[in-house]
Design a protein around this ligand. Structure first.
Ligand SMILES: [Zn+2]
Ligand SMILES: [Zn+2]
Length: 338
């Protein structure tokens, strides 16, 4: 194929386009469900409002309140003065790796992650809503309370080893993130009345959010992401169209060339026949004529049987068996009868 490069580029471009469209649809749906989600104050009325709903559930609702632990809050492992309800400690290895074509590229690899959770609720005065499954939130605003990087001192042998394996450690980074108690959050998810307690959990309608942003900021973020995705979609589609155009043009040119070549071949063949017809002796006996068309003289010998029984035109159409003895034709050659 003459347009391999264009086809590969088109394939890659369409793949990216597909991903962009999927992201765009995600952003659009999320922005829409967020806009439609009702916002409630956490107060004495909220239990009654939720209890009146079908299945005692509001599928997607917005509440705002202060993070309050149910029980004794977790202590930060690295900063003792910090306490919270959710603690994520991560250990990353920074390293350089020999990548494509012998270049060294920096990489970050997670070696270990530990998560500590405890039950907590969002409260407003004495009223509260328990948050379930906070770690599954699409947006979870936690504070980085500790971030430490230690570079590794490499020995001579480590350098030698690194040279052969293509991996050299540069350093280790430890981070600790905490969802502090007392922080003021917006939570968006399914609001359910379970017995006498209200709880917010992941919803089927949209992602769970636990964020310091307000509902309108969140909507704006999704709208912005949507617009930038739309721009990428337009860009990818334009590139696809250009590539399709290039492929079509190449195909058209190839077809045109083939057609012209066929035309030339046909004309040459016609001229050859006319020339031969002019040069042919006019008085031929029946056994000097081709056995198929009975018009042209016998001109071709069939091998291996050796029969001279066909004219050049008919020999072009007969390939498999000799019309006289039915033996298989291996090759043909011009016969000159002197
Ligand atoms: Zn013939
Ligand atoms: Zn034969």
């Amino acid at each position: 194929m003459d347009f391999v490069h264009e086809s590969v580029a088109l394939g890659v471009d369409l793949l990216i386009l597909g991903l962009c469209v999927r992201e765009y649809v995600n952003y659009k749906t999320t922005a829409k469900v967020l806009r439609e989600a009702p916002q409630y104050n956490i107060d004495g009325d909220l239990k009654n409002i939720v209890s009146r709903q079908q299945d005692k559930k509001i599928p997607y609702a917005v509440i705002r309140g202060t993070v309050t632990p149910i029980g004794v809050p977790l202590r930060s492992s690295f900063v003792p003065s910090v306490s919270g309800v959710l603690q994520i400690v991560k250990l990353h290895e920074h390293r350089v790796m020999r990548a494509f074509a012998g270049f060294w590229a920096e990489q970050r690899k997670m070696l270990h992650e530990s998560i500590n959770e405890m039950p907590f609720e969002l409260t407003n005065q004495q009223h509260g809503v328990e948050i379930i499954d906070a770690m599954s939130a699409a947006v979870l605003d936690v504070d980085v309370v500790y971030d430490n990087y230690e570079s590794t001192s490499l020995s001579f042998f480590d350098h030698i080893f690194g040279f052969f394996t293509g991996v050299r450690q540069k350093g280790l980074q430890t981070t600790e993130q905490v969802l502090r108690d007392g922080s003021f959050l917006t939570a968006i998810g399914e609001l359910e009345m379970d017995g006498q307690t209200l709880r917010m959990q992941p919803s089927k309608q949209g992602p769970l959010f636990l964020t310091t942003a307000t509902k309108s900021t969140l909507i704006k973020r999704f709208e912005d992401a949507k617009s930038s995705m739309l721009f990428k979609i337009v860009l990818c589609s334009s590139i696809s169209m250009v590539l399709v155009g290039l492929i079509v043009r190449k195909m058209y040119r190839k077809k045109k060339q083939e057609r012209e070549e066929a035309k030339i071949r046909k004309r040459l063949e016609l001229e050859r026949r006319e020339r031969r017809a002019r040069n042919r002796p006019h008085t031929l006996t029946q056994d000097q004529l081709c056995v198929v068309c009975s018009t042209n003289p016998k001109e071709i010998i069939l091998l291996p049987c050796g029969h001279v029984c066909l004219c050049e035109d008919c020999a072009q159409k007969i390939d498999i068996t000799c019309p006289v003895c039915r033996s298989k034709i291996d090759s043909k050659a011009a016969a000159f009868i002197a």
